[in-house]
Design a protein around this ligand. Structure first.
Ligand SMILES: C[S@@+](CC[C@H](N)C(=O)[O-])C[C@H]1O[C@@H](n2cnc3c(N)ncnc32)[C@H](O)[C@@H]1O
Ligand SMILES: [Zn+2]
Length: 330
């Protein structure tokens, strides 16, 4: 961490915003080892490997999630460094192809130049990295995991490779240890569905934003009736990870109740399928895909219908990832 972080955080316990810093080890980049003390309540927050821990006493759900991810990670080796540098582009693996497609799409839709970004559930921080490379002026990757190759410590690879800087901190999306009205963008990819209380997490994001700021949610699964049992046999759940699939209504409600104005977009993954992979559309939507969506897609008006008024209905029918932008009023 760098001292500038103190202008962006609050104490997760008393919510006050003044800290004392003790520095034990620094390098040319940042404070690597040390401690923050809340000037109001006296709580202490260690800094280890440059990462400040603003999540004292994680609850059982978070502890289970931490253990589950660590189990799934298994053995690692430094050969993974190259893979990390390629993320989110990672071979032919379907999940990553979809994640990368939606991420690239959002990087085109949103201008990150000069923006202060909070990347929640950043995990390895590949997304934080790319937002900084796209011109974000200040960025924090926040997660509950630290382990290299799955959690925040992975960020060191990017900071060294690109000679860039962003902060990493341990924190809970349901109790964000950040100053209100501080960020231009609060971002999540594939993370909101890891809480049992998405309304609270979206409210936390909204509070962190300046007026006019933007919540970005991508790659969240949306429950469609055709794939009701999508979580059956989910390996993450077997490892104690908190996986949920919310409906579009629940995502929209969470945004509206947080005072945001949400806008949803046709998943670029589904758009690609409509353009080049009709079999996948039929697999996803059944007859609706075969007899309505594919024929409609041939016409520009049909494309507008599918990406506009029909979209909430399509989310109701079939699973497809969420792409949502939700604006805080000026
Ligand atoms: C599916 S992973 C996505 C990680 C990363 N965004 C990516 O796309 O590679 C979900 C992430 O949510 C994080 N997470 C789970 N519960 C959390 C919580 N309460 N607060 C913050 N992050 C959490 C997990 O540690 C994990 O890194
Ligand atoms: Zn405090």
């Amino acid at each position: 961490m760098r001292e500038e972080l103190l202008n962006h955080i609050c104490c997760p316990i008393c919510k006050k915003m003044a800290f004392e810093v003790e520095t034990a080890v620094t390098n040319t980049r940042e404070i690597r080892e040390g401690q923050l003390t809340c000037a109001a309540c006296g709580s202490k927050f260690p800094v280890a490997k440059g990462i400040v821990d603003l999540m004292p006493n994680p609850d059982q759900t978070i502890q289970n999630e931490q253990q589950g991810w660590s189990e799934l990670l298994g053995e690692t080796s430094e050969e993974l460094v190259n893979t990390m540098l390629q993320l989110p582009h990672y071979g032919e693996d379907n999940l990553w192809v979809s994640v990368a497609r939606s991420f690239d799409d959002i990087m085109e839709k949103v201008n990150f130049q000069g923006k202060k970004v909070l990347d929640i559930g950043a995990g390895r921080c590949w997304s934080t990295r790319h937002m900084v490379l796209a011109g974000a002026s200040y960025a924090i990757g926040l997660d509950i995991l630290t382990e290299r190759f799955i959690g925040l410590e992975t960020a060191d690879i990017f900071l060294e490779h690109d000679a860039i800087y962003f902060e990493r901190m341990i924190g809970d999306m349901n109790n964000l240890p950040v100053r209100p009205e501080t960020f231009d963008i609060a971002f999540m990819t594939a993370t909101l569905h890891h809480t049992s209380d998405p309304k609270r997490a979206v409210k936390e994001m909204a509070d962190a934003l300046k007026p006019g700021g933007l919540v970005i949610l991508i790659n969240e699964p949306v429950r469609g009736i055709r794939q009701k049992n999508a979580l059956d046999g989910c390996v993450e759940i077997e490892h104690g990870i908190n996986e949920n699939i919310y409906s579009l209504r629940e995502y929209l409600q969470a945004a509206r109740e947080a005072g945001l104005t949400p806008q949803i977009f046709l998943s670029p993954v589904v758009k690609d399928e409509l353009n080049t992979n009709p079999h996948q559309i039929v697999h996803r939507f059944g007859r609706l895909g075969q007899y309505i969506l594919l024929p409609l897609w041939r016409y520009s008006l049909g494309q507008k219908l599918i990406a506009g008024p029909m979209l909430p209905f399509l989310h109701l029918v079939a699973n497809m990832p969420l792409t949502m932008l939700a604006r805080k009023p000026e």
